[in-house]
Design a protein around this ligand. Structure first.
Ligand code: ZN
Ligand code: ZN
Length: 343
């Protein structure tokens, strides 16, 4: 698929991406590994170039970015290496050891970097895929009542589309996203949300699953991977709904679907960044029907067949207020019925 951000082929099918994964971040016999203290400035103001195999150890890539950012005045030479920013590796998955990065495998999230430096970094650091300016807020929708205006991070240079790979019991799930527009959620050890979906879907799977606050579709597609015949994914934020639809296509080889009908292209959907009344964005044809809606989950019942009795995941933003959550769950049961859980 052509990438909507950079126009190149940086989005591949899950099948193609997974084939590369076993060796993608492993060194060749000639690769060298200089482990640096992230809490201290680099010991020398230099760096090694990538190995002849095209890969370079992540700390060395950070040393390179440190030198460029210090030369441009974004960092002082006395700053610790970690001041460069946070690495978002593409593709992201549970790794046993730090990666040796090939070309275009790193999105840098940095609060210190300026646009001028970001452009220079993209030109000089081959491992970079894109540079995002990190701000002091969560990108995308920050509350489930949709009262605040969503803010997003700025992509300063390159492309910020990257994938995460989730280990499901039914096989790995590949989820792409545009990182500057989406809440960055580092999965907790053991992937408790995915395990919760697997437990509630069961075996044989339930007939109908709703991922009511779907983000880019991880939990809804988890249910689809488990063989649920009818799945609905819904999110009020256009970027989440759009990437949920993209991710159906990315994982198509592992789903029982013949065709994906897309009702709103990116040009259309970005005209309504947040919607309350549900709008159908995409739908599959085949043995499995997967639907994507953009809308407020409180109103999703308006598009459901009465009495359809789904199993619903409510992956809410605010999980601390027990009474508020009970009220939302009860309200959902009154409108939709079936079973509901907070993953
Ligand atoms: Zn791209
Ligand atoms: Zn090498």
């Amino acid at each position: 698929m052509k990438c909507p951000v950079c126009g190149t082929d940086c989005i591949s099918s899950a099948k193609d991406l997974l084939e590369k994964i076993p060796s993608i971040f492993l060194p060749c016999p000639d690769c060298c590994m200089r482990v640096l203290d992230k809490r201290a400035p680099p010991p020398t103001f230099d760096y090694l170039p990538p190995c002849s195999c095209g890969k370079r150890f992540i700390d060395e890539v950070f040393a390179h970015m440190f030198v460029v950012m210090a030369e441009e005045g974004d960092l002082r030479r006395t700053d610790p290496l970690i001041a460069v920013g946070s690495p978002l590796v593409h593709p992201g998955f549970d790794m046993d050891c730090p990666p040796f990065l090939p070309e275009k495998s790193l999105v840098l999230l940095s609060s210190r970097v300026t646009r001028k430096t970001a452009i220079r970094l993209m030109a000089e650091v081959p491992e970079l895929r894109g540079v995002i300016k990190k701000e002091n807020f969560i990108p995308g929708i920050a509350d489930s009542d949709l009262n605040s205006v969503p803010k997003v991070y700025e992509l300063l240079a390159g492309c910020d589309v990257r994938a995460d790979v989730f280990p499901l019991c039914a096989g790995p799930l590949v989820i792409y996203k545009r990182q500057s527009l989406i809440h960055i959620e580092f999965p907790r050890t053991g992937y408790p949300k995915i395990r919760a979906v697997e437990a509630h879907v069961g075996n044989p799977p339930v007939n109908f699953f709703i991922d009511a606050c779907s983000g880019v579709g991880t939990l809804g597609l988890t249910a689809a991977f488990l063989g649920v015949p009818h799945v609905i994914m819904n999110d009020a934020w256009y970027a989440s709904a759009f990437w949920s639809a993209v991710n159906i296509g990315v994982n198509q080889d592992f789903l029982a679907i013949d065709r994906i009908k897309v009702f709103e292209q990116l040009e259309d959907i970005q005209n309504h960044p947040v919607t309350r009344d549900p709008i159908k964005i995409a739908e599959t044809e085949g043995k499995q029907v997967i639907e994507v809606y953009q809308g407020d989950f409180h109103r999703l019942s308006t598009v459901l067949v009465p009495g359809s009795s789904p199993t619903s995941a409510l992956d809410l933003f605010e999980k601390k207020d027990f009474n508020a959550i009970q009220k939302i769950k009860q309200d959902w049961l009154n409108r939709v019925g079936g079973e509901v859980f907070i993953p």
